[in-house]
Design a protein around this ligand. Structure first.
Ligand SMILES: Cc1cc2nc3c(=O)[nH]c(=O)nc-3n(C[C@H](O)[C@H](O)[C@H](O)COP(=O)(O)OP(=O)(O)OC[C@H]3O[C@@H](n4cnc5c(N)ncnc54)[C@H](O)[C@@H]3O)c2cc1C
Length: 422
C-alpha cells in the first residue's frame, strides 16, 4: 500500500490525572469513580451523546442484577446507574423489586428504560461530578515511552473540530469498547466476530393507541430490525460473512447492509401507520476487540472465587450461575498506566458475554476508576495495584466482591434461556 509520512506540531491542550477514552456506561462509571476519589478526569467521546451501546446503540435493557433467588449480586455503581436510567423515564422494574426485595423464583431484578432520557441523565451526572468532557472527539492515537516498569502512555491524541490535540494523562482508561487505545499502544488484543444485527425503535398507530389506553408511553415502542441475528447467531443470514467492526470498511459495510435490510422490511407497511423513532447511531457490534489480559475469564470459571476479584456478577440467561471479575482481566503486565473496562475486558466465549453486558460493564468501569486513583496515590504500576485496599474501597461503595458460597445451589440447571438480543 502507498504510504505518506505525516508530521505535525500538536498543541498540548491539558493534563489530567485520569483520561477516559470512550463515554459508554463503562467509561462513565470509570470517570465518575475516579472523580469521587479526588482525581482530575477528562472523558473523550467520539459522539455527542453519552452511554454508548446502552443509549445510542438503542440497547435499553439492564439485564438481571440478581441471582434469580432474591439476592442482588451486582451492586455499587451498576445499581446506581440502573436507578438513574429510570429516574426521569419509564421503567419495567418488577413490583417486588421496587419494594426492596423478591423471594426465590420471582421475576429478576432488571429494567427497560428510555435510552435518550438515560443519556441526558448521564450528561448531568458527569457535569455534577466534575468530569471534564470532550464530545465529538476521537481518541486517534497514543504517545508511548519505555520506562522502568514497562511501556508508559504519556497521553492521547484527539481528533475533532479543533483539529489534532494532545492531552497528558497519569492513567489512561480504555473504555472505547473496541480497545482502540490498547491496540494503538501495542497491548495484546483479541479480535471478535459479529453476527448481522441492527435494532431500531418503531412507533405504530396501534402501539400508540395501546400506550394511550394504558397510560404508559413505553407501550409505544416496538423493536424494528435490519439484521435480526441473536447473541447465539440464530437468524444470521446463511453465507453472510461475520463482521469485525475494527476497520472503516467493515463498519460501513455492516451499517449499509443493515440499513438497506431495515428499509426492505419497512417497505411492506403502510407508510402512514408507522415511524422509526430513531436509528442506532453506533453499530450494534457486540464484540470488536478486547484486551488479552493477565487473566481471561472462562465459562469454566463459574462459581470460582478469585483472590483479585473486583466484583461478583450473575448470568443474565441462567438463574444461580455466578462469576467474579478478576482484576487481571482489565490489565496487562508491562503496560504501567493502561487499563480497560466494559466490553473490552478479557473473557472468552459465553463468559465474556456475561462480562460485557451493561451491569458488569459498569462494575468493571467503577473498578478501573478506583484502581486508577489508587495507582496514582501509591505510585504503583496499574497492573500491580494492591488488591486488598482496592477491594476495601469497592466494598465501601457497596460492591459485592465475593459471592457467598451459600448461594451456590447443590444442583444447577444448565440450559440457557436464549433471551435473544442481549
Ligand atoms: C445488539 C446488542 C444487544 C445487546 N443487548 C443487551 C441487553 O439487552 N442488555 C445488556 O445489559 N447488554 C446488552 N448488550 C451489551 C451492552 O450493550 C454492551 O456490552 C455495553 O453497553 C458495553 O458498554 P461499554 O461502555 O463497555 O462500551 P460501549 O457501549 O461500546 O461504549 C464505548 C464508547 O466509546 C466511544 N468510542 C469508541 N471509540 C472511540 C474513540 N476512538 N475515541 C473516543 N470515543 C470512542 C463510543 O462512541 C461509545 O460511546 C447488547 C449489545 C448489542 C450489540
Amino acid at each position: 500500500m502507498k504510504e505518506i509520512l505525516f508530521t505535525q506540531k500538536v498543541p498540548v491542550k491539558g493534563k489530567y490525572d485520569v483520561i477516559v477514552a470512550g463515554g459508554g456506561v463503562a467509561g462513565i462509571a470509570a470517570a465518575v469513580a475516579a472523580r469521587r476519589a479526588g482525581k482530575s478526569v477528562l472523558l473523550v467521546e467520539k459522539t455527542i451523546t453519552p452511554g454508548g451501546l446502552a443509549t445510542i446503540g438503542l440497547v435499553n435493557f439492564f439485564v438481571p442484577m440478581c441471582n434469580g433467588r432474591g439476592t442482588v449480586i451486582i451492586k455499587g455503581m451498576a445499581e446506581e446507574f440502573l436507578r438513574l436510567s429510570v429516574k426521569y423515564g419509564f421503567d419495567t422494574i418488577p413490583e417486588c423489586w421496587k419494594n426492596g426485595t423478591a423471594g426465590a423464583d420471582k421475576p429478576r431484578y432488571m429494567t427497560h428504560y428510555s435510552p435518550q432520557i438515560f443519556a441526558l441523565a448521564l450528561t448531568e451526572l458527569m457535569a455534577e461530578e466534575g468530569v471534564d468532557l470532550r464530545y465529538d472527539s476521537v481518541v486517534a492515537n497514543v504517545e508511548m515511552e519505555q520506562r522502568n516498569e514497562g511501556m508508559h502512555c504519556c497521553g492521547i491524541y484527539t481528533e475533532s473540530k479543533s483539529g489534532r490535540e494532545f492531552f497528558e494523562g497519569g492513567i489512561i482508561i480504555d473504555a472505547t469498547g473496541d480497545a482502540d487505545v490498547l491496540f494503538r499502544a501495542h497491548v495484546p488484543t483479541v479480535q471478535g466476530r459479529n453476527f448481522f444485527t441492527c435494532i431500531a425503535k418503531l412507533l405504530t398507530l396501534d402501539s400508540c393507541r395501546m400506550a394511550a389506553e394504558k397510560g404508559n408511553i413505553r407501550e409505544c415502542y416496538r423493536a424494528c430490525f435490519g439484521g435480526n441475528a441473536t447473541l447465539y447467531g440464530h437468524n444470521h443470514p446463511q453465507g453472510m460473512k461475520l463482521f469485525t467492526g475494527t476497520s472503516a470498511e467493515d463498519v460501513t459495510e455492516f451499517t449499509v447492509l443493515n440499513q438497506r435490510e431495515m428499509l426492505r422490511k419497512l417497505k411492506g407497511d403502510d407508510r402512514n401507520t408507522r415511524e422509526v423513532v430513531t436509528l442506532p447511531t453506533m453499530p450494534n457490534f457486540r464484540t470488536t476487540r478486547r484486551i488479552d489480559g493477565n487473566v481471561t475469564l472462562q465459562e469454566s470459571d463459574t462459581f470460582r472465587h478469585f483472590e483479585d476479584s473486583v466484583g461478583a456478577i450473575c448470568d443474565f440467561d441462567r438463574r444461580d450461575f455466578l462469576y467474579e471479575i478478576p482484576y487481571g482481566t482489565m490489565v496487562r503486565d508491562g503496560f504501567d498506566n493502561l487499563i480497560t473496562a466494559g466490553r473490552s475486558t478479557s473473557g472468552e466465549g459465553y463468559a465474556w458475554d456475561v462480562l460485557r453486558v451493561i451491569p458488569p460493564a459498569i462494575l468493571s468501569g467503577q473498578a478501573a476508576g478506583v484502581a486508577a486513583a489508587q495507582a496514582l496515590d501509591t505510585k504503583r504500576p496499574i497492573f500491580a495495584v494492591e488488591i486488598a485496599p482496592l477491594q476495601e474501597t469497592l466494598a465501601r461503595q457497596n460492591v459485592m466482591i465475593h459471592f457467598d458460597d451459600s448461594l451456590i445451589p447443590e444442583k444447577v440447571g444448565s440450559a440457557k434461556e436464549d433471551t435473544g438480543h442481549i
